[in-house]
Design a binder for this molecule. Sequence first.
Ligand code: AMP
Length: 601
Amino acid sequence: MLFSEIAKTFDRLESTTRRLEMTDILAEFIKTVNPAELREVVYLSVGRLHPDFCPLELGMADKLVLKAIVSVSGKKQSDVDEMWIKLGDPGQVAEQCISKKKQMTLFSEPLTFQTVIDVLSAIEVTTGKDSQDKKMKLLSRLLHESSAVEARYLCRIVTGRMRVGAGSMTLMDALAIAFATKEERPEIERAFNITCDLGLVAETLAAGGMEAVKKIKVSVGSPVKVMLAERLRTLPEIMDKFEGKCAFEYKYDGIRVQAHIKKGADGFVKLYSRRLEDLTSNFPDIAEALKNQLKGNEAIIEGECVAYDPATNTLKPFQNVTHRRKKHGMSQAVEEIPVRIFMFDLLYKDGTDYTLTSYSHRRLMLETSFNDNTEGPYDLVGYSEREIISTEEHAQEFFDKAIAAKCEGIMAKALTDSSIYRAGSRGFLWIKYKKDYTQALVDTFDLAVVGAFYGMGKRAGVYGALLMASYDPDTGRFGTTCKLGTGFDDAFLAALPGMLEAYKSNTKPSSLDAEMVPDVWFLPGLVLEVTAADISLSPIHTAAFGTIKEDSGLGLRFPRFTGKVRDDKTPEQCTTFEEIKEFYELQEERDVQEPVDAVEE
Ligand code: AMP
């Protein structure tokens, strides 16, 4: 396949925001791709050479890419820099610099897809002395042979800016159209949810059809998309939902990890965050303990890593465990911040995929899968505290106990036979209930920063407020929910510009719908936790726009930053429109409220 075919498809995708149109463009294209190349096409469509959980990234610095553009186009460095400041996108700079006239004289052979993959792979693995220069030369080689449109995408790919708007949902729709039926779409999604590898699913589907896709199983080393909880406002509502009986577990305030454990000569332990980052190096002690204490050879378990004081046998607040996420001085952090893992689920063990079995069965198997460690200062591996609840009094008592133990609240879990592990979905098989709900605050929301307003007065010189957005997985679009100006301390305000620098955008991000115009736009990247007094209809915010009332979105009233940076979440994992809508509907008394922006700073 020629690279021009894929570049042409990216260009067509970029020219529309309509999901159905994107699906058709993709389906039509996918059908023409050789199954052996489809896997890489899928990865490349989001600017990668591997599935998301693989840590390898191209990540070339903009300056280096501009240098390559200069060397190929013969333009002056100062002119290219000026274009870069104006356009803010190395892809567009490359496209404009590599003029058609020049191409005709320069390229001899059209660029093949395989050549692009080979050269990009070489860029990815180039490290050490002179690596920057070598990477620049490799990219120049590709640019030399590329057309203007191809150059646009090559430069976006190497700088991590490949967003043509078609997310994994659209890709799966297209795969179903190209190789299966609409009815089989959920099977494709399940295969993706249990492997987190859409390239693998696409290749399997193209080569072996739906029969082969149905055989895809959970396997150690490939992270499974995590199951998520719904929420309800009161404990009696939870008991009603579960028809009077369910399990309650402590809801620990730490970092969720999915541990993949394999013993033997080719053994390994990998700890993945809920956003598929490899956290193994942050919790080497937990990884080691899990491997040592596992009975059997292989397992995938889930648990929450929480900072812990062995002297008093008490849990410590979330902020403590985040110190384990720093890049340097890990051995000191391991010493200074003891951590325990509280395991709450078992997804796989020694050849058996447990994701389609009931919660009670999974829990039973989990509790028989690990040995205790009676040596060492404390046992790093434990199970989440849990009781079967069938009265409201018992529910309240367990919740109070969880809060006294410094947990966030409780997780209620269904005990029915149908209580499978729903990879990648949020549903009422698990229901969370947090302390915040009892303090009139509705809940915390994880929102993406999409803009900033310059500060005034005491906040002059730093960002004074942020424009925050939530996400709609159905359309792949972000919508604003509030202007956030409260809850920041001076140190956080000083650090903000640095945290946001990489996401700065000269224009409104193409995946965002917004009416409010901030001083600076950001691509969705940084996720912050926010509380609010409640949610109201907003004429200016665009989250869930038109779903409750025509010409209104939903906005948070009195939003406040909780102090938690959710760097364990991608912007696509932030609070969804649907959740915000559910919250709105949950608010029983709809007193006449002030319009949302009247109360903001
Ligand atoms: P939230 O982040 O508010 O949506 O709450 C869900 C998170 O609670 C999960 O992703 C886990 O990190 C965490 N959690 C803590 N304890 C448990 C538990 N016992 N069962 C499931 N999740 C838990």
